[in-house]
Write a protein that binds this ligand. Sequence first.
Ligand code: FES
Length: 413
Amino acid sequence: MTIQETRSTVSEADEPRVRLGLRDRIPRKGLREYWYPVVADAKVPRRKPVRRTALGDDLVLFRGKDGRVAALSNWCSHRNSSLAMGKCHFAGTVTCPYHGLTFDTTGKAVAFLGEGRESTFCDKPNSSIRSYPTTTLKGLVFVWMGDGEPAPIEDDVPPQFFDDRALIQFSEDEWQSNWRVSLENLNDAHVFFVHRNSIELLIQDRRGLQLFLGMGPRRPATKIVKNRALVFENPRFFDYMDTDQARKTAPRTEFQEVYPELGGAKWPKTRFRLYLATVMGLIRRLRPKMDWLITEEEWTGVHLPCTFQVDYQSHIYSRAVTPIDAERSRIFYYYTTFPGSDRRRIFNRLVFHLYYDWKQHRNFSGQDQRIVENVEYENPKEVFSGSDAFPLAWRKFVIECARQSPVTGRAGD
Ligand code: FES
């Protein structure tokens, strides 16, 4: 594994000047020159197009003659009707519902059913519409949103999508929040405070709980890997919680602190979670020892354009954020396991559908969603604290490292 580190060129001395505007220098509708997850393959029927919006572009998705999902601009070149309201009358095509202009998977107009066989419309230079390269991996359709030639998809999508042994189960959500805010939520220091009553935290043992509790003030240093990812210097920081060796060296934090300004009140108010964590520690000891599942450092943190991963050893937790437009984000959750047998595969499927999808993606991430959807991100004024190191480093990283469009010279709009 070769790891190229690129240090931030925004110096600490610059920070007071650049901090206020950092987020506003990141494109509101997303980074263009990347592959994004857009729709589950199973959600695209055989004979009916589907509409999705990504980075502000309205797309129509339908199946080509080979069965693979293709993506075109949703707006008909004739008079801008929505192709997603049309039908796939002929294999590998989509027909506009208004006058019957029919497009193949390359966006070429191939017939004008409303005008008949004699129509010369398809010969006009602007009769075609934009097509977007697509790739379907593990049942998820990725779309290249860039103006330039597609980058290797392996640079943008986690390696487990290319691993035959991996079982990736996923679900999706729509958040009413700008993608920058949705992504900054990842590796942020809010975990203990926001998620203190989530199942995920209630099943931690004492060291895991204390690690979460101390995570705000004790953020590890970050580094950039291959100009594509922002990770902790200790890439196993989060995974820490699941190894005996790491638990022995985890920082000890006083569970309850006293606040004289609050009349001597303690926070957390009770020691309930600590007692519960003691019990959970006994249960966790029964778990077998496991190896790391993520072997490439660049995939241990937040990766451009939109993916965050944590290696839990039993599985990989991933969250990917696809900008819908400037106000909404589509969140994809991946639950990756390596079953090794058909029985294990069935077991993993049951775990996902009966427990994990709800526990991690609704209970835990639902708490994030409620917060993030109510952040006033159009207000550029923020007052930062030491625990904001990661989101600040992420903003600098995106500004410095995101791919630029060969057409506009910008990372996005
Ligand atoms: Fe599509 Fe007329 S608007 S065929």
